[in-house]
Design a binder for this molecule. Sequence first.
Ligand SMILES: Cc1cc2nc3c(=O)[nH]c(=O)nc-3n(C[C@H](O)[C@H](O)[C@H](O)COP(=O)(O)O)c2cc1C
Length: 352
Amino acid sequence: MSLFYKVGTSVLRSLPAEKAHVTTIKLLRKGLGPTAPRRDYSMLAINVGGLSLPNPVGLAAGFDKDCDVPDAMLRAGFGFVECGTVTPKPQAGNPKPRLFRLPEDEAVINRMGFNNKGLDHFAKRLTARQGRPGIVGANLGANKDSENRAADYVTGLVRLWGKADYFTINISSPNTAGLRKLQGADAMEDLLGRLSETRAKLAGDDAAAPMFLKVAPDLDVTEVDRVVEQARTYGLNAIIVSNTTIDRPDSLQSAHASESGGLSGQPLFEKSTKLLSEFYNEAAGKIDLIGVGGISSGEQAYAKIRAGAKAVQLYSALAYQGPQLVTEICDDLIARLRADGFTSIEEAVGTA
Ligand SMILES: Cc1cc2nc3c(=O)[nH]c(=O)nc-3n(C[C@H](O)[C@H](O)[C@H](O)COP(=O)(O)O)c2cc1C
């Protein structure tokens, strides 16, 4: 890492968590982000849920809620960037403080509550980058005060159609009361039914943009086959496993461990990877999987791939390690594939 980024990262780390994040987004918007070295990553190219990714390491939702800096993050080396969660109307989110670092645990707790500038701003940002290379997805959510939450997702899909490269249906955030109820069988039936009908209408005879479902790590394993079946029935293209957890493992050391909200980072790795394996047992060959939760090294990214993920996403580790982590993970993945005698990511998927 250059001295510039070393100093920058440690200054940002000394600020309160949310202030550091807002400052980072501002710097990135000014073009002060890193540029990944040009390397041959052809071994890492993979098709996931209908997307052709140059490498399988994506930026998870929540870092760039308003789609302000997707190109800066693509330049930093991510193979795809998921912006959002965006809700139809702008909303302030929960009172501050609502974002906490747990350094001793290499973890984060957040209860942001879908703070975002709404669909109009998000759509403008996507329109402004149209024609540029790189895959940018829109993670859709519902407003806290919405009387018809399913309708909010449909509104998002319609408004951003033709602008985002893919859509993620986020029904797994723990910070909007009742949102996770949309993972229940009847609610999911209704939501996915409406979305797939709308998508078919929007696409007409053209190829439809991929639609992914993002689930909670706290999902009961007995629900996995049902979720896979419903996702398949309604033509979803991949399942993202997983969002943050409401669990608080006994192992947590940090002062902020008992803050309410979603826990991410290291303490989420094992739990989310286990659920990913459960999904792979049900989903292999039927629907693609994207693994998220606690990835902070090539070793952990590779573990997700071997557990069944065709691609991975990360967020929390960026706060501790900085953006050069993406290149480190890609380099490490290539070394691991070679050591195991694989010639592509695809060959390693689900081999654990
Ligand atoms: C501050 C923060 C905000 C987040 N906001 C969102 C969000 O708006 N939508 C979403 O689907 N996931 C959100 N997430 C969850 C991440 O996308 C990811 O699923 C989770 O943090 C696990 O990955 P990680 O351990 O690499 O951070 C957020 C996570 C953090 C730390």
